[in-house]
Design a protein around this ligand. Structure first.
Ligand code: GLA
Length: 422
């Protein structure tokens, strides 16, 4: 009898804890996928821009490209609709959100079915406030339970909840509440929160312990734009605030520096490699936002590079940081697997912020990176498999790396198992 009561209590406690924290078992690695906002914004005129407007055609087309062009195989999984998918009014009778009737004539459940039929997952955008950030579509406030249930009914797998037109003071309670409601539907949905960015912008220190508990990922800082300058502002934020944001990343809960720009108009080939490398170091969600119909092959190669993706998805889930800046060369470093005799391997990116024409050479002593394995390290060039670094490098050894202006060199250092080092 006693043991029955004990088991009963244990079950109640378990259920209680399950509904009061997110704990949905999702996003054990940084989510990978595609999101419409950066490239397609709020294009809603399908008569003029049929292949660019936010419509079911677009998301089906992206789904097809995931399959035919190797993105799914590379690990990209979530197809996520950002803002501008709704009618401006809720259904007058049920109060449910209504997908735009002209642009999503088959409805969201049918679109989710299509995405699922290809073995992929389906995500959607909403806003915690009265309206989404475009200012004309309804937010979830006052309809949180209904909207969580609607998303579950549509078989949504990922929800991005923005924070425009919302009371800052309500967010600490409201975001966890929406997460609880998502959980209560019984359908596991990745929960992406924007609550810290709104607080940071208003000088409020976000409660990262609460974020970890209630969200799978969260936007820390401003929107990315199709610009290398803005990209650098975001990486600068991540570098300068690392001590307070880095410890909170890990399997199931990630800092999000925003979408990948690769394949669009603003970044050169070298700058694109740089974004991919730094996003890998930061254990950032890899959410492309580009035109997969017309992407140039060299950008696609960057996006599906298996060695770089492996760093991003490393099972330890430790977010890397910027170690130093020297002659406008930034050194970014992240501990990764394999771990040998308690010593990590490391991914190291040298990102040049220089603009003086020719590639710039620097000498790097391994011990200056904090590498300590007395048997030395093997080195892999993650972007250039042809660049064979065949030796084992002692920690006192100096290697020379030569980085293109605004480009990157990205190496992996693995503790050596052999004795004969140089
Ligand atoms: C905010 C978000 C963006 C995007 C837009 C949509 O600005 O930060 O990522 O979702 O809203 O309106």
């Amino acid at each position: 009898m006693k043991s029955t009561i004990f088991i009963g209590l244990a079950i109640i406690c378990l259920q209680y804890s399950n509904v009061n924290t997110l704990d949905n078992g999702l996003a054990k690695r940084p989510p990978m996928g595609w999101m419409s906002w950066q490239r397609y914004r709020c294009i809603i005129d399908c008569d003029t821009y049929p292949s660019e407007c936010i419509s079911e055609w677009l998301f089906k087309n992206v789904t097809d490209h995931f399959i035919s062009d190797g993105y799914k195989e590379a690990g990209y999984e979530y197809i996520i609709i950002d803002d501008c998918w709704m009618e401006m009014e809720r259904d007058p009778i049920t109060q449910e959100l209504v997908p735009d009737r002209k642009r999503f004539p088959s409805g969201m459940k049918a679109l989710a079915d299509y995405v699922h039929s290809k073995g992929l997952k389906f995500g959607i955008y909403e806003d915690y406030g009265t309206h989404t950030c475009m200012g004309v579509y309804p937010g979830v406030i006052n309809h949180m339970e209904l909207d969580a249930n609607t998303f579950a009914k549509w078989d949504v797998d990922y929800v991005k909840l923005d924070g425009c037109y919302a009371e800052l003071d309500d967010m600490d309670k409201g975001y966890p509440e929406f997460g609880r409601l998502l959980n209560a539907t019984g359908r596991p949905m990745v929960y992406s929160c924007s609550w810290p960015v709104y607080q940071e912008y208003n000088g409020i220190m976000p409660n990262y312990e609460a974020l970890k508990k209630h969200c799978n990922l969260w936007r820390n800082w401003g929107d990315i734009q199709d610009s290398y300058v803005i990209l650098n502002e975001i990486t600068e934020y991540f570098a300068m605030n690392a001590s307070r944001i880095q410890p909170h990343a890990g399997p199931g809960h990630w800092n999000d520096p925003d979408m990948l720009l690769i394949g669009n108009y603003g970044l050169s080939f070298d700058q694109s490699k740089s974004q991919m490398a730094i996003w890998a170091i930061l254990a950032a969600p890899l959410l492309m936002s580009n035109d997969l119909k017309n992407i140039r092959p060299e950008f696609r190669e960057i996006l599906i590079n298996p060695q770089v993706i492996a760093v991003n998805q490393d099972e330890l889930g430790i977010q890397g940081t910027r170690l130093k800046i020297d002659h406008e060369i930034e050194t970014w470093i992240r501990p990764i697997t394999p771990v040998a005799n308690g010593l990590y391997s490391y991914a190291v990116a040298w990102a040049s912020k220089r603009d003086d024409g020719s590639p710039y050479a620097i000498k790097v002593k391994l011990s200056d990176l904090g590498l300590t394995c007395d048997k030395g390290y093997t080195i892999t060039d993650l972007f250039d498999e042809e660049n064979k670094l065949n030796n084992i490098y002692n920690v006192n050894h100096n290697i020379t790396v030569r980085i293109n202006p605004s480009g990157v060199i990205f190496y992996k250092f693995t503790p050596a198992v052999h004795e004969n080092s140089v």
